[in-house]
Design a protein around this ligand. Structure first.
Ligand SMILES: [Zn+2]
Length: 277
């Protein structure tokens, strides 16, 4: 990742975006494509770097003819590229063949072209104006790509309930309330358990369960993967048969014990008191 961001930075720094084109797959865009295009066109790449699993392109207004401004490209917006599992950010030229699954093309003043290619569409493109609070700082790990060792490290020494840890976007990106409840059920872990006190076996069960739940959500949501990055995880998820989520008082599908609901970190939290320890 680091190599990629640096390579792009070397090639595009100081270059102005003349035109932005996006493909029609809506699931890829955390900011609507039209808004991204409008924000990108005319801006200059001030710097490209990596933050967690994201490549962040710092953008500045074009310096114009004022020589004093030329020296300081003060970023006022960001184009954030989450590569997902198969995404690539390429710097090429407009005449280079456009490969399949090219979802974004930025024409630069120098004649270069930046392209985002992602066959499996787990990637994300986001555009933000830098008005303080909007600045991108999340460094959460990608839950579909995280390995056992990394997952265990995330939770080590943390005293907060495991449910709260799952929802913490700085630890894992994009785990919504439904996914947290459902994966804890499949892992057999009580939501209130202290994250740092889970055993290695439990952590691995949780990682696998989370991955399974997210993959199922993606399958049911069709081509739109944005479902699992929704804060609430609502969209496209209704088809999924929940085991615990919003099933308060109904019999557990595994053991018939009534599902219980508690409030944890301000969120409705559902679990089976028998299956989850
Ligand atoms: Zn049960």
């Amino acid at each position: 990742m680091e190599t990629i961001a640096r390579g792009v930075n070397e090639r595009v720094r100081g270059d102005r975006i003349v035109r932005a084109w996006f493909a029609a797959h809506r699931g890829l865009f955390k900011t609507p494509a039209a808004r991204q295009a409008k924000g990108l066109e005319g801006r200059v790449f001030a710097n490209v770097h990596r933050t967690g699993k994201h490549i962040v392109c710092e953008l500045a207004a074009a310096p114009g003819n004022d020589s004093r401004k030329k020296t300081a490209l003060e970023p006022d917006a960001q184009w954030i590229v989450h590569l997902g599992m198969t995404g690539r950010l390429l710097v090429t030229t407009p005449d280079a063949p456009v490969v399949a699954h090219t979802h974004a093309r930025l024409e630069l003043e120098s004649g270069k072209e930046v392209r985002f290619v992602d066959p499996r569409r787990f990637g994300r493109l986001d555009f933000r104006e830098l008005s303080g609070a909007e600045a991108f700082s999340a460094a959460g790990m990608e839950p579909l790509a995280i390995g056992a060792q990394e997952f265990a490290t995330l939770f080590r020494g943390r005293k907060l309930p495991v449910k709260a840890a799952l929802l913490n976007q700085r630890l894992l990106s994009g785990v919504g309330n439904i996914y947290a409840d459902e994966s804890l059920f499949h892992a057999g872990i009580r939501p209130r358990r202290s994250a740092g006190r889970l055993t290695k076996t439990e952590l691995e069960r949780l990682r696998v369960a989370l991955k399974m739940v997210l993959e199922q959500a993606i399958r049911l949501g069709g081509s739109s993967v944005s479902d699992y990055v929704d804060a609430e995880g609502m969209r496209g998820f209704f088809q999924l048969e929940h085991c615990v989520y919003l099933r308060t008082g109904l019999p557990c599908k595994r053991c018939k014990t009534p599902i219980r609901r508690i409030l944890l970190a301000g969120r409705g939290t559902h679990f089976c008191p028998k299956c989850q320890e």
